[in-house]
Design a protein around this ligand. Structure first.
Ligand SMILES: [Zn+2]
Ligand SMILES: [Zn+2]
Length: 216
């Protein structure tokens, strides 16, 4: 099965220091077949990556981690930024573009930015991120998996990489090689998830990066 890093940030998210070029290099080095770029409310990083990507065997998917009035949601396979931040309108716009609505880290109660998913949201959602490597809240990922199973939602996993060490910590895998095959597998619930959570020392990296950004 081929692995896709399904949740990755570039330096165009303030909280990340990853150069687009570096992401390509590291993904390939770590045996990943593709990456979903999900910067916070911007498509700048992914459009730069599109320009520098020369290898058509590598899958590059446009996504965005969108800050809505209810918390963060992922729009994956989108074309442009949504025109609103109101949920569920944002979800509807994602779907109109042919994209998939994924709720990242829904039970990570450390993150105040998390979307707290409810039963009545299910009709607007395609998938739940059931493994997010940065989700260090006890049972956060487990609860996400239970929610996805109980509501027959699709499942994704990604590292939520902001720094180089994190790329490929978690992945969504599929049988196939092309983006079309991946999309079909994902929609059909035929993808698998794998990986682990990041070490606690990551909190210190995050804090140090934040200080550096504020001093800039
Ligand atoms: Zn971030
Ligand atoms: Zn993220």
């Amino acid at each position: 099965m081929n692995r896709i890093e399904f949740h990755c940030h570039t330096k165009y998210s303030k909280c990340s220091n990853l150069e687009p070029k570096q992401i390509l290099k590291l993904c390939k080095y770590r045996g990943l077949q593709g990456v979903v770029i999900c910067d916070h409310n911007t498509l700048e990083g992914v459009s730069i990556l599109k320009k520098i990507l020369s290898d058509d065997e590598f899958i590059l998917i446009t996504g965005m981690e969108i800050t809505t009035n209810r918390g963060e949601i992922l729009g994956v396979w989108i074309e442009e930024s949504p025109s609103t931040n109101e949920f569920p309108e944002v979800a509807e716009e994602i779907r109109q573009q042919g994209g998939m609505v994924i709720i990242p880290h829904p039970f990570d109660h450390i993150r105040t930015s998390a979307f707290k998913v409810r039963e009545d949201d299910v009709k607007y959602i395609d998938a739940i991120e059931v493994l997010n490597s940065r989700c260090m809240w006890p049972n956060g990922n487990k609860k996400a998996l239970t929610f996805a199973n109980e509501h027959s939602l699709l499942k994704s996993a990604g590292s939520d990489a902001h720094f180089s060490s994190e790329i490929g910590t978690a992945w969504t895998s599929f049988n196939g090689n092309t983006e079309d095959e991946l999309l079909r597998a994902f929609k059909g619930g035929k993808t698998e998830i794998g990986g682990k959570t990041a070490p606690f020392s990551l909190f210190f990296r995050m804090a140090a990066h934040k200080v550096k950004q504020t001093l800039k």
